[in-house]
Design a protein around this ligand. Structure first.
Ligand code: C2O
Ligand code: CU
Ligand code: CU
Length: 561
């Protein structure tokens, strides 16, 4: 009976979004320090709601993963052991590192294997994160709770009088939301009904009456959070994704989109014994911003759309000894590249489309992601302007791997002071153009690509992604030319695949390979085109390799739905 009442109260809370007195203590993820890190990913379960536990994905624990603390300049080794029942990857979001260590879709970790990347940390002090990046599985694996935060420290940040006692005056906050079914299990859906702060529903935390640093990460699959406080107080933005701003920027709102991070200072000096709520003021968002829509029904319907809701209830307690009492006047001196130093401008188009599975989707450069097609060859050491031009009716958080960039203009206007820093995700508002500049130095590799994509997991999974290699790469170009001779459709397919080669190429064998690299089907052929029946294969991502009479091979990926 009591359980039923609690569940009813929970339902009432999630459905109305209103505030019930009942809070749960915020979980602060454990930290790991040093230069060697062992992460084990598992299918496990967590008590999130009253009643049934929820099946979750955990990294060294039952939900989410530890916060790794890295020092700029250190060589870090990470052993990622996959004990999940599914293939996965772990991507180091925001890190500048060799493409082969990046953990994107090209570095799958099959079940019961360990992947051990290592590199020298080169990023500025800030909040970064790690998360699965298996193509077409990002939404599901993020929903399970797989991921974690990374705090990079460096001498510049360490010399500043900033709060940095983890969990005390320096609070890491991973924001996401979930939809639960009647058995308390996660539903893989673009939007959830319950706000989850570090995996906790209706979270509360006690912070000391002094300057407190909140490190915010939008770890969700779609929703943006229009961050502010219940009493409308001013807070201070001190970092963008990839480092400190020149000086703290006072604001009352900050729009945080999927994949983005921001560190803020909030001054609670003299407020011992009071409370304040960190909130998402999403009722202020337009329907073109993820989370600003309200749906009457359908797969996107959720209890948090276009309303204001709590992220964290804060109780303000006694100050600590050595408390930081003031917000510093300056932080660092950033030097960004001049526009005139760019060797070229690449135009990246974002469009709405009806191509692909399940109705309307979103495209980058008018095409769906192809695992084996390199979209850009970026010469090593090139400074480039990327002009991301959207004619989409919806806004998209655009993310690029390998580099931190600097925003030049958002629809022709210089970015506001709180975005005038190092970024790796930028929100591209509906029908607007964003230009940013970046330099692609180090780690030339003609074969292993870096990704760029929308960080809304569903959009990314449906193919709103592209890839680039750094370095002049004859091999890569040859690859693409080679694959241009091969046409494969429809993609996705429900069971029949057609390929077509240039007429003079006769294919003698077609091989279907799964994501684990295993051959799952073979066809003996003698033609430049054919129809292949692959309907017996399960849904998922496959590669079709065609071999010609002289042993030449051509490969393309396709999706079985
Ligand atoms: Cu946070 Cu390509 O990812
Ligand atoms: Cu990334
Ligand atoms: Cu998108």
């Amino acid at each position: 009976m009591k359980m039923k009442l609690l569940f009813a109260a929970f339902l009432a809370f999630t459905l109305s979004g209103s505030l019930y007195a009942q809070y749960n203590p915020l979980v602060i993820p454990d930290t790991m320090v040093g230069t060697t890190f062992n992460l084990t990913m598992r299918d496990t379960f967590t008590q999130i709601l009253t009643g049934n536990q929820t099946i979750t994905g955990g990294i060294n624990g039952s939900f989410w993963g530890p916060t790794m603390i890295w020092n700029k300049g250190d060589v870090v080794h990470v052993n990622v052991e996959n004990r999940l029942t599914d293939t996965t990857t772990i991507h180091w979001h925001g890190m500048h590192l060799p493409a082969i260590m990046d953990g994107g879709p090209h570095q799958p970790i099959p079940p019961f294997t360990t992947w051990s990347p290592y590199w020298q940390v080169d990023n500025n002090a800030a909040l970064y994160w790690y998360h699965p990046h298996l193509h077409m599985m990002a939404e599901e694996q993020l929903t399970m709770g797989l991921g974690g935060m990374i705090i990079v420290r460096d001498p510049i940040e360490s010399a500043l009088a900033l709060p940095r006692t983890y969990g005390v005056d320096d609070i890491p906050l991973a924001l996401s939301d979930r939809k639960f079914d009647a058995l308390n299990q996660f539903v893989v859906a673009p939007y959830g009904d319950s706000m989850m702060t570090n995996g906790v529903v209706r979270a509360e935390h006690t912070i000391p009456a002094q300057v407190v640093r909140l490190r915010l990460l939008d770890a969700g699959t779609e929703r943006s959070y229009n961050i502010g406080f219940s009493d409308g107080r001013t807070f201070y933005v001190i970092t963008t994704d990839g480092g400190l701003l020149n000086a703290p920027v006072p604001v009352t709102r900050f729009l945080l989109s999927a994949g983005e991070r921001v560190e803020i200072l909030v001054n609670c000096t003299g407020q011992n014994g009071t409370t304040v709520d960190l909130r998402a003021f999403n009722a202020e968002l337009t329907p073109q911003v993820p989370g600003g829509e309200s749906f009457a029904g359908g797969p996107f319907a959720n209890a948090l759309g276009h309303i204001n809701f709590n992220i964290l209830h804060l109780n303000i307690g006694a100050p600590t000894t050595g408390a930081i009492a003031t917000v510093p006047a300056t932080l660092t001196t950033n030097t960004f590249w001049a526009e005139s130093s760019a060797a070229l401008t690449r135009t990246v188009t974002i469009t709405d489309s009806t191509v692909g599975a399940g109705g309307p989707t979103f495209l980058i450069n008018h095409k769906l992601f192809q695992m084996d097609e390199i979209d850009y060859h970026v010469p090593l050491d090139n400074t480039e302007i990327w002009e991301v031009k959207s004619t989409s009716g919806f806004g998209h958080p655009f993310h690029i791997h390998d580099v931190e960039f600097h925003i030049l203009t958002i629809n022709g206007v210089a970015p506001p002071a709180y975005q005038n820093g190092w970024k790796d995700v930028v929100f591209i508002p509906s029908n607007q153009t964003v230009r940013f500049i970046a330099k692609f130095n180090d780690y030339s590799d003609s074969l292993k690509p870096y990704m760029f994509h929308c960080h809304i997991a569903l959009h990314e999974d449906l193919g709103m992604m592209g890839q680039f290699v750094v370095g002049n790469s004859p091999a890569g170009i040859m690859n693409k030319v080679q694959n241009r001779k091969m046409k494969l459709y429809p993609n996705p397919t429900k069971g029949l695949l057609y390929f077509e080669m240039d007429e003079q190429i006769t294919i003698s064998k077609a091989t279907v390979i799964n994501m684990h690299g295993q051959v799952v089907k073979e066809f003996d052929l003698n033609d430049s085109k054919a129809e292949l029946n692959v309907s017996t294969l399960a849904t998922g991502l496959y590669f079709l390799r065609l071999t010609d009479k002289s042993g030449g091979s051509y490969i393309k990926s396709y999706l079985m739905e």
